[in-house]
Design a protein around this ligand. Structure first.
Ligand code: GTR
Length: 429
């Protein structure tokens, strides 16, 4: 059995040790995605949309991520705009989005760059970031994040970002490349929506949307932080859809790791997202939890209890009783294009389990006459595959890199940009 150093301590506390050995994957049967709760088969796209999809949504809401409240109208204030940003290549907007329409309520500072060379409306990528908008770019005009951030990373002092954090996440946000390919890019700090720790909800969106505020006693199926972050993404989309230079019907939602779990849940719930990208999302994201490979349900709900509906933890070490698995989360994206990516050294996220989720979602894409991954064989590293579901296994560690973005851009070009589609799947190689 292989154990990563950071998991070793935690695994000792769990009933079933963490395993990163394929030999320890138990025999499992996935919940059949195309069998309705009454046992009847689902045979058409219409039947999926009308009958089965709502059932699967309900399972993810009631058991995994919790129930998202009805959206409130936003109030968006453009605080800074420059039509000649980045040496004239982009229009930059910095916008404060008041999530509940009130200036004294929770807000998100959204950074948007749209490419000046695109005539008309550009398709876009929208994703949350880990360290503030200032970390995603060296652009000195980008404002520092204003909300709580864990201390520990260099440049965060007294739980706030300082100038020293500017541009520290450039590798994860190849903004020039995205713009050059004709896409706009929008990003916001996830901690604006809710600080990422067990008590973070008390000063975040979830308390602000609860009648009991910070005194709320959460029920089993109430929403967790992933639900709150996803809600924030949808509100950012509300704003993007108002812009004259962005095509609001061609916005891809993207996220890495915990924010990849978030992009999947955002894309599942909000069908206005035209494409969904999960980068190394792992357990509680793209990975099949029944494989019990790498991070487990028990481990994730122990280490990060606030991410999920409180009731999700009752399936710790009982994955086989879970009425859903994560291939069905990918299926909720259908028929929209969905890209899942893994990394060879990211065993904690179960790369093969992430791929197999895509395989498991395939039958739903087939109902729409679409080919999903187009293969059931886990591809070799650095060999992208897929039609309506994309997949690659990047060589390297848990991260999101230019290699990943290049593949997501090619996939988006193929599916969302007229003219590119005709090139067919080979354009992704
Ligand atoms: C890890 C967690 C993963 C993943 C990752 C991240 O600690 O176990 O599920 O979400 O954090 O977000 O970087």
């Amino acid at each position: 059995m292989l154990l990563c150093a950071t998991c070793l301590g935690a695994s000792l506390l769990l009933a079933r040790p963490i395993s990163e050995d394929e030999a320890n994957v138990p025999a499992y049967a996935l919940p059949p995605v195309l069998v309705a709760s009454d046992g009847s088969p689902v045979r058409s796209a219409e039947d999926w949309v009308q009958r089965r999809r709502p059932e699967v949504m309900e399972l993810f809401r009631s058991v995994v991520y919790g129930r998202t409240p009805a959206p409130a109208p936003i109030l968006a204030e453009v605080v800074e705009q420059d039509s000649q940003a980045l040496g004239g290549r982009a229009t930059r907007r910095q916008v404060t989005i008041y999530l509940l329409g009130r200036r004294d309520g929770p807000f998100v500072d959204l950074l948007v760059y749209s490419p000046n060379h695109v005539q008309g409306k550009a398709p876009a990528f929208l994703g949350l970031n880990f360290d503030g908008n200032q970390a995603t770019t060296a652009d000195p005009a980008v404002r520092l994040a204003r909300t709580w951030h864990a201390n520990g990373k260099p440049g965060f002092v007294n739980n706030r970002a300082t100038e020293a954090t500017r541009g520290t996440g450039l590798d994860r946000w190849p903004i020039d490349m995205i713009l050059a390919r004709g896409f706009a890019v929008a990003t916001a700090y996830y901690g604006d929506i809710e600080p990422d720790h067990a008590e973070g909800w008390k000063t975040g969106l979830r308390a602000a949307m609860s009648p009991q505020g910070a005194q709320t006693a959460w029920k089993q199926d109430d929403w967790g932080a992933i639900g709150a972050w996803s809600y924030g993404l949808s509100r950012c989309l509300d704003y993007l859809q108002t812009l004259p230079d962005i095509d609001g019907s061609k916005v891809s939602v993207i996220g890495h790791s915990r924010l990849g779990k978030t992009s999947l849940w955002a894309g599942a719930q909000d069908e206005r997202f035209a494409m969904v990208v999960s980068n190394d999302s792992g357990e509680g994201g793209a990975a099949l939890t029944r494989r019990c490979f790498g991070e487990s349900l028990a481990r994730i709900t122990t280490a990060f209890p606030h991410w999920f509906a409180p009731g999700y933890a009752r399936f710790a070490d009982r994955e086989h009783d879970l009425p859903v698995d994560f291939h069905e989360l990918i299926a909720l994206c259908a028929p929209r294009p969905c890209y899942i990516a893994s990394a060879t050294e990211d065993k904690w996220a179960d790369p093969k389990g992430e791929f197999l989720s895509g395989v498991g979602a395939g039958p739903v894409y087939s109902l729409f006459g679409l080919s999903g991954l187009g293969t059931e064989t886990w591809p070799a590293p650095a060999t992208p595959v897929g039609e309506s579901i994309g997949y690659h296994l990047r060589i390297g560690k848990h991260d999101i890199t230019e290699y990943d973005w290049d593949k997501y851009l090619a996939f988006a070009e193929r599916h969302l940009v007229a003219g590119h589609r005709a090139q067919g799947p080979s354009s992704i190689r």
